[in-house]
Design a protein around this ligand. Structure first.
Ligand code: PSV
Ligand code: MN
Length: 449
């Protein structure tokens, strides 16, 4: 209800639009002007919630500051329209180069203050001018998070083909090419300040008998060790797993067990990366996350949501309770597992029919919401209830937190950091997409999937 009446009030939007800002010029003043209009409504919502949470002994300022600190990387391929193998529908004004992609992330970050990092996919987004890209990212407070290699597609002029696998291939020449690509990606990331390499392999087989499972796995292990040897001391290697696609009979790194074995086979700087979409239906992802943290081996996390498989839908759009349960374990791990490093967080969703920037903002909000709810779980009470085997109480504790509307906390965290109280509304009020189309034109296509 409230949304509808607000959206029809476009006076602020036209004010900014008439000011003729260019896309990357959303600045603190424009946002605080926007916030002025929202402030009273926000304060009412916040005070109402604060009263209740304070009575329950929650430390609100601590929760708000933890929300403000939480940053999620945007992958460099996610700023354009996604698509399926059946088609692709542009939202227009797509970024055509890395500079423009960073500008788009800057827009999201300025509005939400939670997207302060980019995760580059190489070779889609190799910087042509490192100094300029770094300066642009610095100016927008964007860091370079994990870099991602790509041995799932053949590149023009490549000597060898990945049609039958890369790091696992039976051909040493193919494996060497894939290893060298990963070493090159590390060099690129190093120049930008990245500290991690994410390896996701499409390797596997489409038909029974096509591959020798043991040989493929051993080749992958040996190749990863060669890549690991080229890792700078302060870097991490993140090994991502996925049960199927693009191969539909077997995938070499199909689950967290395979990933963990490979990481352990490489050494202390190698970790497992969990992508929410890379599980067979009904897998208990929160349990996987918990055990990996216990073992100090959870290194990275990719957010998305799905109904059927690796659907790459907006985070929290299908299974928000599952996301909350996962965050509950992540929060527990962050508080109790010093043996586990800080995680590389990234959104790994696609935007078939939505404006990519709006979709990413929605994902960021869903992540913040699940995180905030998990921060409300009374871990001490939960432990007591678990020790008492009070199953009903355990569920009550989790669901009380989950049922709390935490959005005012997120709004406050964003506002304190200089972001917009309602980022999607602000994005629309500022006429950002129209401005991007004006600047870049209708027929631009971003690199990526
Ligand atoms: C593969 O499905 C994946 O999740 C990997 O993380 C890739 O880097 C990303 O999607 C884009 O292809
Ligand atoms: Mn992923």
């Amino acid at each position: 209800m409230e949304k509808t009446s607000k959206s029809s009030d476009r006076s602020i939007g036209s004010f900014f639009f008439m000011n003729n800002f260019t896309a990357m010029e959303i600045n603190k003043n424009q946002i605080s002007e926007y916030n002025k209009n929202e402030l009273q409504r926000h304060n009412e919502r916040f005070d109402f919630l604060a009263q209740r949470l304070t009575k329950q002994n929650h430390n609100l300022s601590e929760i708000v500051s933890r929300l403000s600190e939480f940053q999620v990387a945007i992958p460099s391929w996610a700023l354009g329209a996604g698509g399926t193998r059946f088609g692709r529908f542009s939202f227009y004004g797509e970024p055509t180069n890395l500079e423009q992609k960073i500008e788009d992330i800057g827009i999201i970050h300025q509005l939400t203050q939670t997207a302060g990092a980019v995760s580059l996919h190489i070779p889609w987004d190799i910087p042509s001018d490192y100094k300029a890209i770094k300066e642009k990212a610095d100016a927008l407070s964007i860091k370079f998070d994990a870099v991602n290699s790509n041995t799932f597609q053949d590149q023009i002029n490549s000597a060898e083909s990945y049609k039958y696998g890369s790091l696992s291939n039976t051909s040493k020449a193919v494996r060497d090419q894939a290893i060298q690509h990963n070493l090159d990606v590390i060099k690129i990331g190093d120049k930008l300040g990245s500290k991690a390499l994410t390896v996701w392999l499409a390797d596997g087989s489409s038909f029974p008998g096509q591959n020798n499972f043991q040989t493929a796995f051993q080749n992958t292990q040996d190749s990863l060790i060669d890549i690991y040897k080229g890792l700078p001391d302060d870097w991490k290697l993140l090994v991502e797993y996925k049960p199927y696609e693009p191969n539909f009979y077997s995938t070499v790194i199909q689950d967290w067990g395979a990933s963990l074995m490979l990481a352990n086979g490489c050494g202390d700087k190698a970790y497992t990366l969990v992508d929410l979409g890379h599980h067979l239906p009904n897998t208990n992802i929160e349990q996987i996350v918990a055990i990996l943290q216990l073992k100090g081996k959870l290194g990275g996390f990719h957010f998305n949501d799905s109904k059927y498989g690796d659907d790459d839908l907006t985070v929290g759009s299908i299974k928000p309770y599952a996301l909350f349960l996962i965050f509950n374990e992540l929060v527990y791990g962050m508080q109790n597992n010093p043996q586990n490093p800080d995680l590389a967080w990234m959104i790994d969703a696609s935007h078939n029919i939505k404006d990519p920037l709006e979709d990413l903002i929605q994902s960021l909000e869903a992540i913040q919401e699940a995180y905030a709810k998990a921060l409300l779980v009374d871990q001490n009470l939960l432990k007591i209830a678990q020790n008492d085997n009070d199953v009903v109480k355990c569920q009550e504790i989790l669901q009380n937190a989950y049922r709390t509307d935490v959005r005012p906390l997120i709004e406050r965290a964003r506002m304190n950091a200089g972001g917009a109280i309602q980022p999607i509304d602000a994005y629309r009020a500022l006429g950002v997409r129209a401005q991007l189309v004006k600047e870049r034109g209708k027929n631009t296509v971003a690199t990526g999937l």
